[in-house]
Design a protein around this ligand. Sequence first.
Ligand SMILES: Cc1cc2nc3c(=O)[nH]c(=O)nc-3n(C[C@H](O)[C@H](O)[C@H](O)COP(=O)(O)O)c2cc1C
Length: 199
Amino acid sequence: MKIVGLCGSLRAASFNRALLRAAAARLPAGVTLDVVEIGALPLINQDLEKPEWPASVQAFRRALWPAQAMLIATPEYNAGMPAPLKNAIDWASRAEGIGGRTAPEGEARKTPLEDLPVAIMGATPGSLGTARSQQQLRTVLLNTGMRVLPLPEVYVGSAGTRFTDGELTDERSLAAVAKLVAALADWARLVGTPGAKAP
Ligand SMILES: Cc1cc2nc3c(=O)[nH]c(=O)nc-3n(C[C@H](O)[C@H](O)[C@H](O)COP(=O)(O)O)c2cc1C
């Protein structure tokens, strides 16, 4: 099973990027996790869709299509989801054909997000553990037709005490991340291959 990771932070020493590294080190057997970068995407602008999507947008969408699931690690900015992450989701949510063709041959879905199982986690030095950001993100993802994992929720608050030399070292948080990726893999098997109808 191929999982794509998105990091809502562009910061080099991002706690959320470290969460994704922790997840990548705790994958169930037969599962891979590769982070797809979102920092080079232009700000969403429908004028950029003609004559075709910018090369960075096309490359981003092409990297998403083969995934069987997505794992997002997001910070919280002003009680909401970060702009780079929303921007990336907006570009991925546009229907094929609007700015060109990025889907592989035979793909029936209109966007690389449609029907794709997804799980959310987040880290912040704040005490609320990105709860408000994740709540907003969940609503946005549901609107794209993604199959959002209901539970468990992973909120890593007080990040300054849970990371050492840039890596997640808090045992409870590590266990929560491992549980989340296992639940995502189970969820993806349960709801099925993207493009197929849910049972
Ligand atoms: C514009 C901005 C707004 C922020 N607002 C919040 C917030 O509402 N809640 C919170 O917990 N942290 C907030 N923070 C702090 C970030 O959560 C913190 O910098 C975190 O480490 C960012 O994630 P990263 O380590 O993955 O880059 C904000 C940071 C920025 C830059």
